[in-house]
Design a protein around this ligand. Sequence first.
Ligand code: FAD
Length: 379
Amino acid sequence: MSEQKYDYLVVGSGLFGAVFAYEATKRGRKCLVIDKRNHAGGNVSCENIEGINVHKYGAHIFHTNDKVIWDYVNSFVEFNRYTNSPVANYKGELFNLPFNMNTFYQLWKVKTPAEAKAKIQSQIDKMNLGEPANLEEQALSLVGTDIYEKLIKGYTEKQWGRPATELPAFIIKRLPFRFTFDNNYFNDKYQGIPIGGYNKLIDGLLAGIDLQLNNDYFDERGRWDSLAKQVVFTGKIDQFYDYRYGQLEYRSLRFEHELLDVQNYQGNAVINYTEREIPYTRILEHKHFEFGTQPKTVITKEYSQEWTYEQEPYYPINDVKNSGIFSEYQRLSQKEQNIIFGGRLAEYRYYDMHQIVASALKKVSVHFGEDNLGLGNNN
Ligand code: FAD
């Protein structure tokens, strides 16, 4: 057998692959990272346009309650104090998100939590709903008619490409709802954006590690495998097994980026368009993630769309059919000796960035037989 040059071939330079490669390198192992895209970082990657870090694959806001994860990412790049406070535009009227006392005041001019609760409850009571059978009924039973009609219905239908009456009820359980004047979308203790963009985080993780871009693992699978003792695979698990149990389905997105010759287009990083008739779900203005003062601005219109094989897979569809297919692939992957599967595509799972970092660190600690994350006790 030929002598392999690398200990690990890491397929995919997204956050999972980059953390794994960094940690393995720190432990004295030699890694080769490959990616089929022309840049590293996967979906967190930014493109610098006119001095603005453009989130090419949608708005990315780092948030976590875990101090270990927060300190870990901050050891590569300093994060700013950005707080996600999206605004909703419904037929030209503006509302603060998540649903909070500011939103209730904008909707009904109510000034106290008691008034807001009474208003919502009276709308819920009028409908006389039983056990919710779908998303529409679930949302109505939680927030009443006004919030549902103005802020949930159209947006959700655009996101999923289906009427809310045909969507499962559980989707809506994740919406934050509060009775304080607080527009901070996340409840987490720590949040922010890397100063200088996410590429700084990825560059820090991959510093000194061999990286080959524009290389699809499946184009030369045998050659790539021959270069390393073990493979860390962060691509699509169904493709890894030649789709033998069928294709896993996703929901996709389309982004339209525009460079505008104005200093400040919408005054906020994220504005959601909640009416059904406007085809995009939101407009991002990237400079506001980093409090930019550049003379120009870049905006992105985000459209939700059906996924086909040629498109980027964004959100897994965790319904019964796809979960069944995934568990077949997972069964095969658990039998592999020299392959580590990780990340959102190999695990067919939506992960936030802090969860991906945690999951990569956990995989590292299990793989290297350690009982902590190798990060010290800075809890
Ligand atoms: P990816 O970033 O997808 O990396 C996988 C990499 O593998 C890619 O670079 C890909 O090109 C490469 N690859 C795949 N197949 C092959 C192959 N055959 N050969 C070579 N290379 C291959 N998280 C948050 O915490 N906050 C947010 O605000 C947030 N917003 C999001 C918004 C959107 C629209 C989306 C889709 C996700 C968002 N996330 C957010 C989640 C975040 O993007 C993920 O947690 C993270 O990017 C997952 O990293 P990953 O390494 O698993 O996957």
